[in-house]
Write a protein that binds this ligand. Structure first.
Ligand SMILES: C[S@@+](CC[C@H](N)C(=O)[O-])C[C@H]1O[C@@H](n2cnc3c(N)ncnc32)[C@H](O)[C@@H]1O
Length: 251
């Protein structure tokens, strides 16, 4: 896509720091339709909003000095998970020694670092630059063994390199991010998971079992990911807590 259109989309603060790759993927859905550039930009922004900013309070894009729980409540995913973090992480880790956690499409999940057990190195990968800054500010202030990286998950080779830099045993999280990847590039999540399975000791994929904000279940829609995991990987655990289902697996 041309630079002028890219700049126009980035004029909006919520999209100002998105990697080019993500904007391009969104724009590609409308590139060939019969419409004006303005209309294409409008549609691209609507899709980007659905994928990158619908879950966060706009307050997160500017504030820094707030306590951890306040921040975890400003993102729909972490707010819903907040009462269950202890249980979720102890179920995922058990007694096992894990050296590194790599959290893909992390949102602000880095603020749950304390629930991880402080011995693990935590790495977040996230497209929204403001959330990356927010996490790095917190990691620095608390002197945590953690970092956040501003990178699109569509940069497959860079994502793999980031994972490979971390000590083994490594665990990779893909919490509530599959829908986002699928809406920008259908079937990409399967490709990404297959690549990551080669270098991760364990993968945890999660998805919501009820639509955000409502109690209605939409289990059927997610069967494809469960089937994909069961068919190609070794499913180690499968549980549901707080309206979120977690699949733990490896190669
Ligand atoms: C529903 S939120 C879930 C956040 C976090 N994983 C959690 O469960 O607490 C999805 C996150 O994935 C990020 N994301 C979506 N597509 C991405 C991509 N292609 N590359 C990097 N991050 C992405 C979004 O910006 C958002 O923070």
């Amino acid at each position: 896509m041309n630079k002028q259109l890219l700049d126009k989309i980035r004029e909006k603060r919520e999209f100002s720091q998105l990697p080019e790759k993500d904007i391009e993927n969104a724009f590609s859905h409308y590139e060939k339709i019969q419409a004006s550039d303005d209309e294409k930009i409008k549609l691209t922004k609507e899709l980007l909003r659905k994928v990158f900013s619908a879950f966060i309070s706009q307050k997160l894009l500017s504030l820094k000095n707030k306590d951890t729980e306040w921040i975890l409540r400003k993102h729909i995913s972490t707010r819903e998970r907040l009462p269950y973090y202890g249980k979720i992480y102890s179920r995922i880790f058990g007694e096992e020694k894990i050296a590194s956690v790599i959290d893909l499409g992390a949102g602000i999940n880095g603020f749950s670092y304390d629930y991880l057990g402080r011995k693990k190195k935590y790495t977040a990968i996230e497209s929204v630059g403001q959330l990356v800054e927010l996490m790095n500010f917190y990691f620095g202030k608390e002197k945590l063994n953690a970092r956040a990286i501003h990178l699109s998950l569509f940069e497959t080779e860079k994502v793999k390199k980031t994972i490979e830099e971390e000590k083994k045993p490594r665990i990779v999280f893909l919490f509530k991010v599959i829908d986002a990847l699928e809406s920008l590039k259908p079937n990409y999540s399967k490709e990404l998971i297959s690549e990551i399975a080669e270098i991760a000791d364990k993968i945890v994929v999660s998805f919501a079992t009820r639509s955000l904000g409502s109690r209605e279940k939409f289990r059927a829609k997610r069967n494809w990911i469960v089937d994909f995991v069961k068919e190609h990987f070794n499913l180690l655990d499968d549980f549901e807590l707080g309206g979120e289902r977690y699949l733990v697996f490896n190669k």
